[in-house]
Ligand binder design. Structure first.
Ligand code: FDA
Length: 305
């Protein structure tokens, strides 16, 4: 119930204005968001690299409505990739991209062209791009774009969401050599017709998808903070005799930091997803929807001075 309310608020411009102008919002946001510009992204990437973590950077923004915004997003990624290469933080750092930030909702070809330009920049910087997955109305379009990009840039990564009923089939299709697949539970409010609704069903689907990916020849990226799923991931790695460089765990910046470092100490490759930028509202609201304790933290900050 609370999750539905927060996810509905995530799409409300009125609530967005209220939250953005609240006194301490920004302080709470800092727990989950690296900062507003490229230099913040660079600073946090360096800190995480020093702690033995790999990184994927997300320039925050979604639901772009003008070609100018889409162009600006592409240019920010190009700038970021050049700066990361210059600082010798690639290939340890890569980027995650939302096609909606590149104009997918109003011009799919434009979004493809921008995504391709970002792949060119990533390739020049010696690193990779992973396409984030948004709500289910965009899944086909995103996977089609992925297929086209992979013809030229085979290491381009996909995200699959275990809560979607279709995802086991998508996992089978993408569990092929050289294919990088980030498996997450899914963060959007989706109808029963397309997505499992109960946490148990989502967890069971995650394990079925993980089995497909971990037993296949591709490169699985297990994106979850769920202790049971992490333990099952460790188990499957042993069962399918996967070497430490043939899969990775991924978690969000600011979530379960101690666990991220524990997994590094165990010899696993762990990648932290680091968002940065000024458009933090939609991202933050999805994080709040995932965990009631975060809502309490946020409300305390909003109401105190
Ligand atoms: P779950 O939400 O069940 O949480 C399990 C436990 O983890 C909690 O009990 C708590 O201890 C901890 N935890 C989880 N979330 C927390 C939070 N926000 N704050 C503090 N503790 C928390 N989704 C999507 O739809 N499209 C995408 O492209 C991506 N991309 C993506 C990349 C990466 C690297 C990650 C880790 C996640 C995503 N997601 C995503 C988000 C994903 O779908 C999902 O919403 C979150 O990861 C939360 O699900 P968990 O698997 O962590 O389990």
């Amino acid at each position: 119930m609370l999750r539905s309310v927060i996810l509905a608020a995530a799409r409300s411009a009125r609530v967005e204005r209220l939250v953005e102008t609240a006194p301490l919002s920004r302080e709470v946001v800092r727990r989950f968001v690296a900062g507003t510009d490229t230099s913040d992204a660079l600073r946090v990437t360096r800190e995480l690299a020093d702690a033995g973590l790999a990184v994927t950077l997300d320039n925050l923004g979604e639901d772009t409505v003008t070609p100018e915004q889409a162009q600006a997003t592409r240019e920010e990624y190009e700038r970021l990739l050049a700066v990361l290469a210059e600082a010798q933080l690639t290939p340890m750092a890569e980027v995650s991209v939302k096609l909606s930030a590149l104009g997918q909702r109003f011009d799919e070809k434009l979004a493809y062209d921008h995504a391709r330009a970002i792949c060119v920049a990533a390739s020049a910087a010696g690193t990779t791009v992973t396409l984030d997955m948004e709500d289910h109305t965009t899944t086909d379009s995103t996977l089609e774009t992925l297929t086209r990009l992979r013809e030229e840039f085979p290491a381009t990564g996909a995200v699959l969401q275990a809560y979607l009923r279709r995802t086991e089939d998508d996992c089978r299709a993408l569990a092929v050599a050289g294919s990088r697949v980030r498996l997450c539970k899914g963060a959007y409010k989706e109808p029963e017709t397309v997505a499992y609704q109960s946490p148990l069903d989502v967890d069971l689907a995650y394990v079925r998808c993980m089995n497909i990916l971990m037993s296949g020849p591709g490169y699985p990226m297990l994106a979850t903070h769920d202790p049971r799923l992490v333990a099952i991931g460790e188990d499957r790695a042993k069962w399918f005799e996967r070497s430490a460089d043939s899969f990775e765990f991924q978690m969000l910046y600011g979530v379960r930091d101690v666990e991220q470092r524990r997994l590094v100490e165990q010899g696993y490759l762990v990648r932290t997803y680091v968002p940065y930028g000024t458009e933090w509202y939609g991202y933050m609201m999805r994080r709040l929807a995932e965990r009631p304790a975060n809502v309490a933290l946020f409300l305390r900050a909003l109401t105190s001075r």
